[in-house]
Design a protein. Structure first.
Length: 599
């Protein structure tokens, strides 16, 4: 490749040599720019003016200068060869489209240029070497090297830009394709909002579309293959500009992605539960390994657990912006592979349920690894079953599959976790019995226990994310791991709460907040149960309550199911009921609203 051509022109030549569909073009080399300056006796003068930072004078000199006869002849002859009345004029500076800096958008670009306008546009392209934004971006003042690309104009039906990986995140499984109708310049300049396609690199499957443009999926998948082929050619992540006309994809430019900015992972509170560390390990393996297995390693939940000793509850968070953790895409995958998933449910999961139930009913000793594996096989149905009521676009057969599990078998998964913990506890030496909630499975099975000092630290608080982190300062840990906890927006009106009706009814009564079994002793008959979410252990006090209010959940959550069975008024998903309401507050439930009477 020629040093006189700059990054963009060299890139187009490279692409054309490898048979990518690049519109015909020719190049005014940077050496011809220098010759242009010398032909007009401007070379030394511009050097001097550049040192004096008199850039407006430089631009005037360039615009008023003349082309040599040889350069004019070259331009006219090559324009004719393009067999087009209109061309685009783009810069290809020597420092442009490199691995360290792209200079994207810094230099002038002109579209729909005629032969009559061409010389003036070439001069304006050269003038952009001396724009303040360019000089500020480059930190250099003596920029003399620029060639100019004159390319056959494609007036596309669609155009846009694409990134072989998302440059704003650390996800590497997706390409990002943005598309607008007409010229891609509208996207680059920000005058049009594009439709965005998220395409899984491994399968070239369109996992998500955001926007209104309708285009054949085949075109997008073909474009994805081209993107990956260009990435392979460059041996690095790339972004490209493209145009589409008559279903043909034209590559207008390609360059390395110069920086991938990892945005903070935004985690949002999903549920709170009184879990032991062993349960959290099972939870994590079920969410991550179980769902990955069910969806061929395409999707998973990767929860963040934060334990705070104040109320002995675990706050469980999910990254709502991670595409691999998007339930909508999981349900879509399951719909498209329904027969396989349904067969797995009926032939594997139900057999595992029989095995687990037999062990528990008969008090059998267990192979710990085998028993754990079978729980993990169940866990995706527990997780996705709980969420199934939140999404309207799930097909009926997918929703029915998960609800069948949730209504008939979900409690077995939870019971199996408790049975596993019971059996693990039998292995503990007496001095570690009191620490059962703060020990890991591997520590127990390998008979390698932390010091009592370390376990006391765990009792005070810890974070579990991939592995165990014990820390006194959660904020610093979150910053170090680039995690941002998104807080729930407080409701403006402090006199009422709003949620979703799980079972209707108008009830008045006294609040009793329950977080775990340890709180059951304060519950009185007729109290209104207020809790983050019920568990199977709550049934005894649910039967004594006049109503249920939860922070979390939807119409398929545990509280909803039990409330409907027992015909107890219930509102779920109030988000901050446990924060707003206090024990002994007198409240009234009407429809989906909770009125606080003594405020």
């Amino acid at each position: 490749m020629s040093k006189n051509l700059g990054g963009k022109a060299n890139s187009l030549i490279k692409l054309r040599e490898k048979n990518f569909n690049v519109p015909d073009f020719f190049v005014i080399e940077s050496s011809e720019y220098i010759e242009f300056l010398k032909f007009n006796s401007l070379y030394d003068k511009i050097k001097e003016l550049a040192n004096q930072k008199k850039y407006s004078l430089i631009k005037k000199l360039i615009i008023n200068a003349n082309f040599s006869d040889s350069l004019e002849t070259k331009i006219e002859e090559n324009f004719t060869k393009l067999d087009s009345n209109l061309v685009s004029v783009r810069s290809s500076a020597l420092n442009e489209d490199g691995l360290e800096k792209s200079f994207a958008g810094q230099y002038n670009t002109f579209l729909n240029v005629t032969l009559k306008e061409l010389e003036d546009k070439i001069k304006l392209c050269w003038c952009s070497l001396y724009e303040e934004n360019v000089l500020s971006y480059s930190k250099e003042q003596n920029l003399y090297g620029m060639c100019v690309i004159i390319q056959k104009m494609i007036n596309p039906e669609y155009a846009g830009v694409a990134f072989s990986v998302d440059p704003t995140n650390d996800l590497k499984n997706y390409s990002i394709i943005e598309i607008v109708k007409g010229l891609g310049e509208q996207l680059v300049s920000g005058t049009k909002t594009p439709t965005k396609f998220l395409v899984r690199r491994e399968t070239k499957r369109i996992d998500l579309k955001i926007g209104q443009i309708n285009i054949d999926d085949e075109i997008i998948t073909n474009l994805e293959q081209i993107i990956l082929n260009i990435e392979n050619l460059y041996n690095t992540y790339v972004d490209i500009e493209y145009a589409i006309y008559n279903k043909q994809i034209y590559i207008l430019q390609a360059r390395p992605i110069t920086s991938i900015t990892t945005i903070k992972k935004a985690y949002k509170l999903a549920i709170t539960r009184p879990h032991s560390l062993i349960e959290l390990e099972i939870y994590y393996k079920g969410e991550y390994e179980g769902i990955s297995k069910l969806t061929n390693n395409l999707y998973y939940f990767k929860p963040l657990f934060i334990y705070n000793s104040e109320n002995e509850n675990i706050a469980i968070y999910y990254n709502n912006y991670d595409l691999e953790e998007d339930p909508r895409l999981m349900y879509l995958f399951i719909e498209e592979n329904f027969n396989t998933i349904n067969s797995y449910y009926n032939n594997i999961v139900k057999q595992d349920i029989i095995y687990l139930k037999n062990c528990m009913d008969n008090g059998l000793d267990i192979d710990f690894n085998n028993f754990l594996e079978k729980i993990i096989n169940l866990y995706p149905f527990t997780s996705l079953g709980q969420l199934a009521g939140h999404y309207d676009n799930i097909t009926t057969r997918v929703k029915d599959l998960f609800l069948d599990y949730r209504y008939n078998y979900d409690s077995i998964c939870h019971d199996a976790c408790e049975y596993l913990i019971k059996k693990l506890k039998e292995l503990l030496p007496p001095e570690y019995q009191k620490f059962i909630n703060y020990l890991t499975i591997s520590e127990i099975l390998n008979n390698r226990y932390p010091s009592s000092k370390q376990l006391e630290k765990r009792k005070k608080g810890f974070i579990l994310f991939d592995k165990l982190y014990v820390t006194k300062d959660y904020d610093k840990w979150l910053i170090k791991h680039n995690i941002n906890i998104e807080e729930e927006i407080e409701q403006n009106n402090s006199n009422y709460l709003q949620g979703q009706i799980a079972y209707p009814g108008n009830v008045s009564g006294k609040v009793c907040k329950i977080y775990s079994e340890k709180d059951f002793k304060i519950f009185e008959d007729g109290d209104i149960l207020v809790t983050p979410m019920t568990t199977p252990k709550f049934v005894a006090i649910i039967k004594r309550s006049s109503a249920i209010i939860t922070d979390e959940g939807g119409i398929t959550c545990h509280a909803s199911i039990i409330a409907r069975e027992l015909k107890i008024p219930c509102i779920v998903g109030c988000k901050n009921a446990t924060k707003v309401l206090k024990n002994n507050d007198f409240i009234q439930i009407e429809g989906n609203l909770v009125y606080i009477k003594n405020k």
